[in-house]
Design a protein around this ligand. Sequence first.
Ligand SMILES: NC(=O)c1ccc[n+]([C@@H]2O[C@H](COP(=O)([O-])OP(=O)(O)OC[C@H]3O[C@@H](n4cnc5c(N)ncnc54)[C@H](O)[C@@H]3O)[C@@H](O)[C@H]2O)c1
Length: 363
Amino acid sequence: MSFIPYDRPVRAAFVGLGRIYDLNVRAYRDNPDVEVVALVDPSEERRGQRGAEWPGARTFASAADLAASGLEVDAVEGLLPIPLHADGVVELLGYGWHVNLQKPMCNDLATAQRMLAAAADNDRVLRVMENYLFYEPLRKLKEAVESGELGDVSGYHMKMVASGRGGWDVPASSYEWQFQQMKRGRGILVFDDGWHKLATAIWLFGPVREVRAWVGSTEVFPTIEIDAPTTIVWEHENGIRGVWDITLAPDMYLRSDYYTNDERWEVTGRRGYARVNRCTGRGIQQPSLEVYADGEMRSYHALDDDWASSFRDSGRHWLRWLHTGEGPLLWSGDDAVNVLRFALAAYASSALGGTGIDPAALE
Ligand SMILES: NC(=O)c1ccc[n+]([C@@H]2O[C@H](COP(=O)([O-])OP(=O)(O)OC[C@H]3O[C@@H](n4cnc5c(N)ncnc54)[C@H](O)[C@@H]3O)[C@@H](O)[C@H]2O)c1
């Protein structure tokens, strides 16, 4: 890849103006690194609604229309439904645009290879954004681990309760493609949201050598099954073990400005532990990070623990990266494939009744 950093504001287009645009757009506001030149969505209503904020940007019903318009674009923010990621990314890269894609990258390894090949063939950068790596309480958790104050790490525990009441409205159209994904065995909790959780494990403790999983399902409406209860356990190459437990609480009200996930991350060391108490929702109303060692608890009361800020900072990182080309992309296409392998290993293990699977051995 012969990437040449930009010495001027990046000319960017949004492709997909749905629910998550509301958070991704935060990186683009008041950011001298970028000029928003185009907004793309087949929905005229969304183009009108989103376009009001960017009077200098042109709107298009499709990426093909944008490409045909002759408008110069350097990079796109790809906010497409998951089933459109693969063909969408190949198309966007083919127009000569760098792509910052939402997760999950795609459903299988062959498709991931097709997407990476499209980036290489077009000499463009494919980033698969991972906003959780920019969530300040999780960044501080990582700092606590790396500082050594917890002692050597003994284990990593994540918990997620998906509650059915509260939070922001999600359009019915978003659920339509999520249901398609579920029918393909790529559920909303393990695969879609799970992508973030598995990513944090790799980010904190490196490559994974074995995964064991028990993926369950619960019918919430006739023919609609949600992929919980599920438990995934794994071992990193450095010997640290992790566990992620997913529970469904369809009747539980959870206060949230976004989705209604009650989440916890806890790293236990030989001397103490560090725990992030919440993220997307406002479940535990305590400081978002607590660090315990030697009989003393340190609580972080002033972190930017608004989940939306992680989108702002992830996007800013990308737009800055396009000016420098330096440092990790968080994530590159190859990094994202490792997250995909982790998820696919969980499915393979569960299908075999919980047998240990090496993600690197999957074909
Ligand atoms: N990082 C996170 O925590 C997070 C959270 C939610 C969603 N997401 C991801 O964001 C992506 C979008 O999710 P969403 O919830 O915004 O979905 P959504 O259904 O609300 O929005 C998708 C938008 O894409 C538009 N669209 C459909 N086909 C298109 C095309 N060919 N070209 C351009 N636009 C097209 C739709 O009209 C819609 O406006 C998905 O990949 C999802 O997994 C990530």
